[in-house]
Design a protein around this ligand. Sequence first.
Ligand code: DAH
Length: 346
Amino acid sequence: MLNKINDLVEKVQQFHADSAESIEQFRLKFLSKKGEISLLFDEFRNVPAEMKKQVGVEINRLKQLAQQKYDEATQQIENIVSDSDKHDLTRPGEAFEMGTRHPISLVKNEIIDIFSRIGFTVAEGPEVEDDWHVFSAMNFPLEHPARDMQDTFFVEKASNNEPNPHDILLRTHTSSVQSRIMEKRQPPIRMIFPGRVFRNEAISARAHCIFHQVEGLYVAENVSFADLKQTLLYFSKEMFGPDTKIRLRPSYFPFTEPSAEMDVSCTICGGKGCNICKGTGWLEILGCGMVDPNVLENCGIDSKKYTGFAFGMGVERIAMLKYQVRDLRLYFENDIRFLRQFKSAY
Ligand code: DAH
């Protein structure tokens, strides 16, 4: 008798409900009045007295198990049925929302597009760079403050305190791609280098430790400052509208001589003065200049034969002006309600 009970326990355990019908069969076989378990109770009468206790316990255990299996299976099948009731086949479909490009990508792509129309091709360089390409080759004196730990994220310092061209760091500007490219190829070079840059700065509405730049470089015979100015005027008009004016103010960068910063006439007030341009009528958008002959020589280009110009602009800065977004952090938080507002051809 005990063997028989064990056999049935095994069968009950193996039962797997795949339809309402199989559950009903299970019920008939085990739990109905004429089912296996009822028969066991009938036979129980003939069990010798000394075995009754043990057999009784086992039969009850089997009965509970079968009942539990049955309840679970019924519950499961009811869930499936009520789920399919929820599918209203006549309900209209839901429209898929199209993704949009990130505003920083939109502006970056537009910059690339504008320069590609006048023959600039695109290259990229590594974000983890060595000191040589970011600073030394770009004519930064060893004691230049931009090499200071405050500005630069170092990955690996070659020696304890002294700056060293072998230091490994996160590039602080895309000017590093200038040296990478010029080491590899001879003029004419007419290229732009978009990319991410990193600076050890506290995050605020106006500054972020990661941002994007687009660098420009044109090296050939007889490239002049007038070429630089005309190129940037063309860019500004394409980017901000045909009435845009530019102005160049003398400045200093180690890698250009002479150097300048460029302002565009305020995109909001058109030059009359407003709170965006702080009443000046002008907005600063980039740094530029003639490539310093030292930079050309550091990269193996004959500075007697070739001259060049370079410029570098912040993509976030241009995006802020274009979209009137005052807080830089919005570009990094990726709040879908912010991103949804940007739809464009780029
Ligand atoms: N690298 C400069 C910066 O990050 C920007 C810059 C200025 C780039 C002048 C240039 C340049 O190519 O000629 O602030």
